[in-house]
Design a protein around this ligand. Structure first.
Ligand code: NAD
Length: 438
């Protein structure tokens, strides 16, 4: 059992804090956002993440998990300090590591005995060295170890990903640090979860290489879907057949409106910038980014075409706002590009999402939001599906058609069967599907 402090209590920090407590460690989660900490101290979970509430509750009630805004005390009390603050995209594509660096300095100020400082945040390759230097400038203590321990969890499945990860990556430069981290993750070692022990720079690189590869896969299948549209193929059959090849795998071969979320867009941009700084051209990742931007715009063009060439004055229902189902995270969601275009071009937007309305309201306060999809689509001329929530998958299309003033659907997630839409008399489009298949 280790005493651990997790600094930054967002999607990653809170899941890590709760998960590490579940492993039997004593964990303090710390954040500068007093409102968030107050909510947590009152048993409320500030984000939507399936299963998280239960793990938090379980560990708070046993006294293994607590929350505070008192950073200095939280640092002094623990042997292992995780940095899990945000690293949003900054100017010129680079990751903004200012929050990480300010936390590093604060750790330095509070370092009076040996500790392991472990970065969970996704930070540009080489940041480990900067963090070590920042800690050292604040205090004349060299008795600490630095670890890069990148996070691979997926929002919406974060608890499962944390408790049963595909692998754990630990980048460090001392055996003492490796040993402490092995203790922290003891239950995973017992489960024989693969653990990659490596140096700091390699661990930092693994994170970017992994995310960029997944982004590449999505952009690739989206472009193949666009090709299917042009030549009369069906992307679902293409993707299924491709995915059955073990060398390819079926994961991340789902065509859609372009990837979003808090990681892929910023991490791909950061990787390209990092590589350029290092004198290396990563043209594949650059192409994936550009294909993704085009894909998002392509969805807008499809919808405009479906409604006759202009959005002006038309009531359009947008169903799904989060960047994927099972999360309230709307960061870089494809729906943002859609909403921006609809707003700019004069549409009367009627939006609904099962959990992400409040997150989107902060970005688009003028839009009309509804409590359920039935009222959101009532009288609308067209509906666009932006996120494949299960409640949309289960819609009765006949009923849906009756609620619309015109039966127009853009299905950017390919959740409806084209034949069914045709049979019911919809005017529709999707991403790379063929309506009639033998
Ligand atoms: N969200 C994901 O799916 C995911 C997955 C893997 C890695 N990551 C990486 O993890 C990091 C965190 O991502 P997130 O989605 O949890 O971000 P987030 O925005 O949800 O949470 C970050 C938290 O850090 C807090 N914070 C900022 N500055 C602080 C400071 N100086 N002291 C204390 N707290 C501070 C914020 O108040 C916020 O609560 C990022 O680097 C991200 O790239 C995210």
């Amino acid at each position: 059992m280790k005493h651990i402090t997790v600094i930054g209590t967002g999607y990653v920090g809170l899941v890590n804090g709760a998960g590490l407590a579940d492993f039997g460690n004593l964990v303090i989660c710390c954040d500068i956002d007093a409102r968030k900490i107050e909510m947590l101290n009152h048993g409320q979970i500030p984000i939507y993440e399936p299963g998280l509430e239960e793990v938090v509750e379980r560990n708070v009630s046993t006294g293994r998990l607590s929350f505070t805004t008192d950073l200095d005390q939280a640092i002094s009390r623990s042997e292992v300090i995780y940095i899990a603050v945000g690293t949003p995209q900054g100017a010129n594509g680079e990751a903004d590591i200012s929050a990480v660096m300010s936390v590093a300095e604060r750790i330095g100020k509070n370092l009076t005995e040996y500790k392991v400082i472990c970065t969970k945040s996704t930070v540009p390759i080489g940041t480990g060295k900067k963090i070590i230097a920042a800690i050292k400038t604040k205090v004349d203590v060299t008795d600490f170890d630095y670890v890069s321990n990148p996070e691979f969890l997926r929002e919406g499945a974060a608890i499962k990903d944390f408790l049963w990860p595909d692998r754990v990556v630990i980048g460090a430069e001392s055996e003492r640090a490796f040993k402490i981290m092995r203790d922290v993750y003891r239950p995973l070692f017992i489960n024989e979860t693969p653990v990659i022990q490596t140096n700091i720079v390699t661990a930092e690189t693994i994170k970017y290489a992994s995310n960029a590869f997944l982004a590449l896969k999505i952009s690739y299948i989206n472009e193949i879907a666009n090709l299917c549209e042009a030549v009369g193929g069906d992307i679902h059959q293409v993707a299924r057949a491709m995915g059955l090849d073990g060398r390819i795998s079926s994961k991340f071969l789902h065509p859609g409106p372009g990837y979003g979320g808090s990681c892929f867009p910023k991490d791909t941009n950061a990787l390209v910038t990092m590589a350029e700084t290092a004198g290396v051209c990563i043209s594949t990742v650059k192409a994936a980014i550009s294909a993704n931007d085009i894909q998002k715009q392509r969805m807008v063009n499809k919808l405009r075409k479906l409604v006759g060439g202009s959005f002006d004055g038309k009531q359009i229902a947008v169903l799904g706002l989060s960047f994927k189902p099972q999360t309230d995270d709307v960061r870089d969601s494809a729906s943002i590009v859609m909403l921006e275009a609809l707003e700019r071009e004069g549409a009367l937007i009627r939006a609904y999402d099962p959990v992400a309305v409040e997150s989107m309201r902060k970005k688009f306060p003028e839009i009309d939001y509804y409590d359920n999809w039935e009222t959101a689509i009532a009288g609308a001329e067209a509906v666009v599906i932006m996120t494949e929530w299960n409640e949309f998958r289960g819609m009765d299309l006949e009923d849906l058609g009756k609620r619309l003033s015109k039966k127009i659907i853009l299905d950017t997630r390919n959740i409806f069967r084209p034949m069914e839409l045709k049979r019911l008399g919809f005017i529709f489009d999707n991403v790379g599907r063929l309506t009639e298949l033998i």
